[in-house]
Design a protein around this ligand. Structure first.
Ligand SMILES: Nc1ncnc2c1ncn2[C@@H]1O[C@H](COP(=O)(O)OP(=O)(O)OP(=O)(O)O)[C@@H](O)[C@H]1O
Length: 566
């Protein structure tokens, strides 16, 4: 590996460090080499702590470690998500603040509690933490940082275990993460890895565009800028093009390794993605002489779900058959799971009395909007409307909500299920139509995959089939999805083809990347009618997406969309 003067200096200097530079310039790699150089001086019980944001990023770092560091060095490095680290701190020492053992509230459980709670949820989560020692996900960072600040000896104890702390994606750290880092910085050496232009989470509360400046002021680190280097995709113009998109610079031509594909009616984004995915896979396979890794990225989960579903079955396009493509779908489950419970409740219909069947499904639809209301204020009025419909249904009075009347009609028509869980799932899902709310659930439920009877949900559903209905299907689906979330927490299998939204691709690396858009709303790569700051944020996001590729990028756009640089 080339170690230029900057890198040699990084290895040589002592004290806090800020290593900045664009995607693929080698920040992670040099930080790992720096950690390696310091391992000899560690005492037996000491380790280097490498903090990152997501489990996927942790996996990428551990993958990179295996090519770079031998086993004995790897064992001295602890690569963890912020969340896992803070959870340990709170679990082991939360008692210092409360006198109580610490317990954790899962996100699923939090949604339920929050939906039933009238009042300020932030105040309530603090009360639960302080009076009951029970913590929701979002309070872990705050609590760990507060523990470090209130008990400097505790921070010193952690610093003693971790004399060096490397912080990945430093530009995206929120206020609490930064407070914890500051507390550790009194006795640990902090190495910040940062790229201000990869700041794509600035809509998250506590993430501050001045964070790098804060680090400069507080840590007074030695600063190294590696932005002139590009080791991910050297020589192929991908980074230069990504920067041109970031800066809306039309003077940089689209390089050979970027294909801009367009579609227009009667072709669709789904068919184009299917075609390009197969073409790109073949092209990279030949070029690299190994099965390539490819990511298909889109701005929204809804579009990701549509595309994933489209490539999951063989498609005949203009007389050519494009085979289904095996892939992994990476999503945030929340709302999708809740929508899936509504589908499952419809699969219970033939086994239930009319009123019970309708109540169960309407309740599931209402739950979906309750979960949504914890994130978006607009959903609250939908919840109220649906709750009124539920009351009317129970008290046999006139139902006004359109969603309820549509479901009433669909339920009266009945549903003929066959015992094939895949077909029946689709049949049940198709009942989610006829009102804006039901259509929304339909789109979300797409994100839950049930493509083969051997999928986890399919297998579980088969067990509930009684020849007429799927008894207790909703509860069974809930269990499977909850298990899946826990499994995903443990490890994520590396798939050759992955579908995810553009935000989720951050910190990852693939041989090829396909980016899709439609001409509507948030599914557009850049919505010309949005504000300047939104457009700027989208350009940063696009740069992140383009720079995930080592070799080739395909951008599939509607033919009427304006060019990305003009
Ligand atoms: N000095 C180097 N010489 C050769 N290859 C390198 C060097 N540094 C890094 N690489 C390779 O370049 C690729 C990108 O490196 P790395 O992941 O460290 O970059 P990064 O700056 O952390 O990227 P990102 O910000 O996108 O996560 C990796 O495949 C890595 O093995």
């Amino acid at each position: 590996m080339d170690l230029d003067n900057d890198r040699l200096a990084i290895l040589a200097v002592e004290g806090h460090l800020l290593i900045s530079g664009g995607p693929g310039c080698g920040k992670t790699t040099i930080a790992l080499l720096k950690a390696k150089a310091g391992v000899a001086e560690l005492k037996v019980e000491q380790k280097v702590l490498f903090l990152s944001f997501s489990r996927a990023a942790v996996r990428q770092i551990t993958d990179r470690m295996s090519g770079l560091l031998n086993r004995s060095v790897r064992q001295r490095l602890e690569v963890r998500t912020f969340h896992a680290f803070f959870m340990d701190v709170v679990k082991s020492h939360g008692r210092l603040r409360t006198g109580l053992p610490s317990a954790f509230i899962t996100p699923d459980r939090e949604h339920q509690l929050r939906a039933d709670f009238d009042g300020d949820w932030t105040v309530e989560t603090l009360r639960m933490a302080q009076e009951e020692g029970r913590y929701v996900f979002d309070l872990l960072a705050w609590t760990a940082a507060t523990l470090f600040e209130e008990y400097p000896k505790l921070a010193a104890l952690y610093s003693d275990t971790y004399p060096t702390v490397i912080v990945d994606e430093f530009q995206d750290t929120n206020e609490d993460q930064w407070r914890a880092i500051k507390a550790l910085s009194h006795a640990s050496t902090i190495i910040c890895l940062a790229d201000p232009d990869q700041r794509i989470f600035d809509y998250v509360p506590g993430v501050d565009e001045l964070r790098i400046q804060h680090a400069m002021d507080f840590l007074n680190p030695r600063s190294f800028d590696l932005s002139k280097d590009n080791h991910r995709s050297p020589g192929n113009g991908l980074l230069a093009y990504a920067n041109a998109v970031l800066n809306n610079d039309p003077t940089v031509p689209v390089p050979n390794d970027v294909t801009i594909g367009t579609y227009t009616w009667p072709s669709s984004v789904e068919t184009r993605i299917h075609q390009y995915l197969i073409a790109l896979r073949d092209y990279l396979q030949k070029k690299l002489d190994t099965e390539p890794t490819i990511a298909v990225l889109a701005p929204t989960n809804a579009l990701v779900g549509r595309l994933s579903e489209a490539v999951s079955t063989d498609a005949e396009i203009n007389g050519t058959v494009y085979p289904a493509v095996e892939h992994e779908l990476h999503l945030d489950q929340d709302l999708a799971s809740t929508a899936a419970y509504a589908v499952a409740s419809i699969m219970e219909w033939p086994g239930l009395r009319h009123e019970d069947a309708l109540l169960a499904t309407l309740e599931a639809v209402c739950d979906y909007f309750r979960v949504k209301a914890t994130k978006t204020s607009g959903a609250k009025s939908t919840v109220r409307t649906l709750e009124r419909a539920l009351t009317a249904l129970k008290s046999n009075t006139t139902i006004r909500a359109k969603t309820a009347t549509v479901l009433l009609k669909a339920q009266a028509e009945g549903i003929q299920l066959s015992g094939n869980p895949v077909q029946d799932w689709q049949l049940a899902r198709a009942r989610l139509t006829g009102s804006a709310e039901l259509s929304e659930l339909f789109a979300k439920a797409r994100l839950v995959r049930l493509l083969k009877a051997t999928d986890a949900i399919g297998r579980a559903l088969i067990d509930t089939w009684d020849g007429n209905a799927y008894i207790d299907a909703a509860a069974v689906v809930r269990r499977v999805l909850a298990n899946r979330m826990i499994d995903e927490n443990r490890f994520e299998e590396a798939a050759h083809v992955s579908f995810m939204n553009m935000h989720k691709s951050k910190g990852k690396e693939f041989d090829g990347v396909i980016i899709a858009e439609t001409k509507f709303g948030r599914d557009q790569l850049i919505d010309p009618s949005s504000s300047d700051s939104d457009i700027r944020a989208r350009r940063r996001l696009l740069r992140v997406a383009i720079t995930r590729a080592r070799h080739h990028v395909v951008i599939v756009r509607h033919a009427t969309q304006p060019p990305l640089t003009s």
